[in-house]
Design a protein around this ligand. Structure first.
Ligand SMILES: CC(C)(COP(=O)(O)OP(=O)(O)OC[C@H]1O[C@@H](n2cnc3c(N)ncnc32)[C@H](O)[C@@H]1OP(=O)(O)O)[C@@H](O)C(=O)NCCC(=O)NCCS
Length: 173
């Protein structure tokens, strides 16, 4: 399996993995499928430090993707990025999520981010485990900030500090 930056040619695979989550789960708070045009916009906005990455398996293609996104617009937040990872249903539970997350952490460290935040639907236990296992800590829960499928949803905030005050990496990966 190759972990690499996403390319234009990966956009259909990313869109298909993402839209399944939009349509069938509360793992994302998007409520209508992303169009190809929106997907292209997403891709354009994920370059440089705010990377989009994929897990590419020989003969199968892209089985998962992840990204680093701006955490907040105000310039004082530029040391923080939001991280997310999505794996195709048929390829879960095989360590792909873990590897993509480690890859994103490595890129985030190289790009000088100090900390990563993951915002996860509170019922998404697998994702909680993934991030906890990677050294993220639960730092808070926003109550009933989302609504999907006629339910109010809590959002758990996980965080990992990547570098110490001397600029040394403190992450596991
Ligand atoms: C969350 C997600 C990315 C995990 O990816 P994955 O490739 O299946 O996870 P991995 O195989 O790397 O497993 C990582 C850890 O997650 C936990 N985990 C994975 N599958 C699990 C399952 N079915 N039940 C419970 N825990 C599970 C385990 O702690 C595992 O580590 P371990 O095997 O060493 O114990 C994947 O389930 C997914 O794409 N979910 C939908 C999208 C989503 O919720 N993304 C998160 C929002 S940012």
């Amino acid at each position: 399996m190759q972990l690499r930056l996403a390319k234009t040619a990966d956009q259909d695979a990313i869109l298909s993995i993402y839209n399944k989550e939009v349509e069938e789960t509360t793992n994302t708070f998007d409520i209508r499928p992303r169009t190809r045009r929106e997907q292209r916009r997403w891709f354009k906005s994920h370059s440089g430090a705010y990377a989009a990455v994929v897990a590419d398996v020989p003969k199968m293609g892209v089985v998962g993707f992840g990204s680093l996104s701006p955490y907040r617009e105000r310039p004082g937040y530029t040391g923080t990025a939001e991280v997310s990872v999505y794996i195709h249903l048929q390829h879960r539970g095989k360590g792909v999520g873990q590897e993509l997350l480690a890859f994103l952490e490595k890129l985030a460290t190289q790009h000088g981010f100090r900390t990563l935040i993951a915002r996860i639907s509170e019922s998404n236990e697998v994702s909680h485990k993934l991030f906890e296992r990677a050294g993220f800590s639960l730092v808070g829960v926003e109550r009933q900030v989302g609504r999907k499928f006629n339910r109010w949803l809590d959002c758990a905030i996980f965080q990992k500090i990547l570098v110490d005050d001397l600029g040394r990496g403190v992450g596991k990966s």
